[in-house]
Design a binder for this molecule. Structure first.
Ligand code: GRF
Length: 219
């Protein structure tokens, strides 16, 4: 068994995605360990989850720094000190600067609750509903210099229901987030991701050529 991938997780909120990664590390489906959790928000539920799981955690409050780069330098220093190999953003509500990207090139993942490239940014479940999309979902991607723009590793698709609200849709998307984020990290841990420009190839390929969804169904 290869050694465990050392993860650093960044979270600003409740941390249910963080919890899914903690749980999959715990049950062995993910050959990784979270060596540090960092939050910019002292109230983040994610910090409680880390403490409960016995994972070292830190609050680095962005309001105490003069600018984005200075904050990022402090976060990067903590992650490097902990020997982090892959950074996972799990509901981290800060934009990553070049300082961060240079320190962890192609080593930062993010989860986004929409089917990118549709609906980057905030309040995306509401935007999908307002647009009238018939499918919604979530995306795990590598982080580049843009907002929710990096190469896509995995996506999950769910149908939008006629009576969906922002809350109900968000809840069903979140269930899928908890499934795909650990999977993306495990593919990375196994060395199966090859980045070619915008495209991420998975080796050996996992190609569900028959995976077609229509909403409504054809019959
Ligand atoms: C998730 O919907 C994630 O996709 C988005 O922020 C939310 C974080 O939820 N980036 P949680 O803190 O993991 O519960």
């Amino acid at each position: 068994m290869p050694s465990k991938l050392r993860l650093g997780a960044l979270a600003s909120g409740g941390g249910t995605n963080l919890q899914s990664i903690i749980d999959r590390c715990g049950d062995g489906t993910l050959n990784a360990e979270i060596v540090l959790v960092v939050s910019n928000n002292p109230q983040a539920g994610a910090l409680d989850r880390a403490r409960k799981a016995g994972i070292p955690c830190l609050c680095i409050d962005h309001r105490e720094f003069a600018d984005r780069e200075e904050f990022d330098r402090a976060v990067v220093a903590a992650l490097q000190e902990a020997g982090v190999e892959l950074v996972v953003l799990a509901g981290f509500m800060r934009i990553i600067s070049g300082v961060f990207l240079e320190a962890f090139p192609e080593r930062i993942m993010n989860i986004h609750p929409a089917l990118l490239p549709a609906f980057p940014g905030l309040h995306v479940q509401r935007k999908a509903l307002e647009y009238g999309a018939r499918f919604a979902g979530c995306t795990v991607h590598l982080v580049d210099g843009g907002v929710d723009t990096g190469p896509i590793i995995i996506q999950a698709v769910i149908a939008v229901l006629d009576d969906d609200t922002e809350e109900s849709l968000s809840a069903r998307i979140l269930q899928q987030e908890h499934r795909i984020y650990p999977r993306a990290i495990q593919l990375f841990a196994e060395g199966r991701l090859r980045i070619e420009g915008r495209r991420v190839r998975i080796e050996p390929p996992l190609c569900p050529a028959e995976a077609v969804l229509t909403n409504p169904p054809l019959e």
